[in-house]
Design a binder for this molecule. Structure first.
Ligand SMILES: Nc1ncnc2c1ncn2[C@@H]1O[C@H](COP(=O)(O)OP(=O)(O)OP(=O)(O)O)[C@@H](O)[C@H]1O
Ligand SMILES: [Mg+2]
Length: 199
């Protein structure tokens, strides 16, 4: 990006722009007002969600997770380093990449960050590795359930053997993985039970 600012996306909560600062490509994530919310509440929600997202992203980086560097923070805006590469959902990488994803998730969970939206739409392939983006639904928490939900989300989104590779490195790198895996099995059992009783 040489000049100006270009809108590259619009999510449920925020608009995403690409721009440049001091010669570096930058992504700006800006939370827009929602007309259906009371104005004061809307500002407070956007402020707190922006802060929460920035905090999780920063904590991830500080704990060695490959996540974009936070460059600047406004009341409703986050300016971050642009990651070069494609989203996992738009690519067909070799199985080896899933071990790297498992290792990033292990680092997140070890730092007590539950990503909250750990899907191929929020994982970028970057060089030979991966970069985790979109901490908009992240929580700083010790919750085993929240961590298990990260695994469940990605399990549902990738192929069996891809998840297996991811899980293998997750288990190797995260000391408390046993508890999370047990909870994942519980959640899946609950899910099956619900489906059976609803049927
Ligand atoms: N640091 C980044 N580098 C490169 N591209 C990015 C970066 N951050 C976001 N993007 C691009 O913008 C898209 C949307 O960003 P993001 O996933 O953070 O928000 P969202 O999912 O639209 O928002 P929300 O979480 O509010 O629903 C990504 O799918 C990706 O293509
Ligand atoms: Mg996203």
């Amino acid at each position: 990006m040489r000049n100006g600012i270009r809108r590259i996306g619009e999510g449920a909560e925020a608009q995403i722009f690409e721009t440049s600062m001091f010669g570096t490509d930058v992504i700006a994530k800006i939370r827009q007002p929602k007309a259906y919310r009371i104005a004061e509440l809307d500002r407070e929600l956007r402020r707190s969600r922006t802060r929460k997202e920035a905090k999780a992203m920063l904590r991830a980086r500080n704990n060695g997770v490959n996540a974009p560097a936070l460059l600047a923070l406004g009341e409703y805006s986050i300016y971050m380093e642009k990651t070069r590469g494609r989203l996992l959902k738009d690519a067909k990488p070799g199985i080896g990449i899933y071990a790297k994803i498992g290792s990033e998730l292990a680092k997140l969970h070890d730092a007590d960050i539950a990503h909250g939206d750990f899907t191929p739409a929020n994982i970028m392939l970057h060089g030979n590795g991966v970069c985790i983006i979109d901490f908009g639904l992240s929580d700083i928490t010790k919750s085993v359930e929240d961590k298990a939900l990260d695994l469940l989300l990605v399990k549902r989104a990738v192929k069996k053997e891809e998840f297996k590779a991811l899980l293998c490195s997750y288990i190797k790198k995260y000391e408390d993985s046993r508890q999370v895996l047990d909870r994942l099995a519980d959640i899946e059992r609950r899910g099956r039970y619900q489906t059976r009783t609803l049927a």
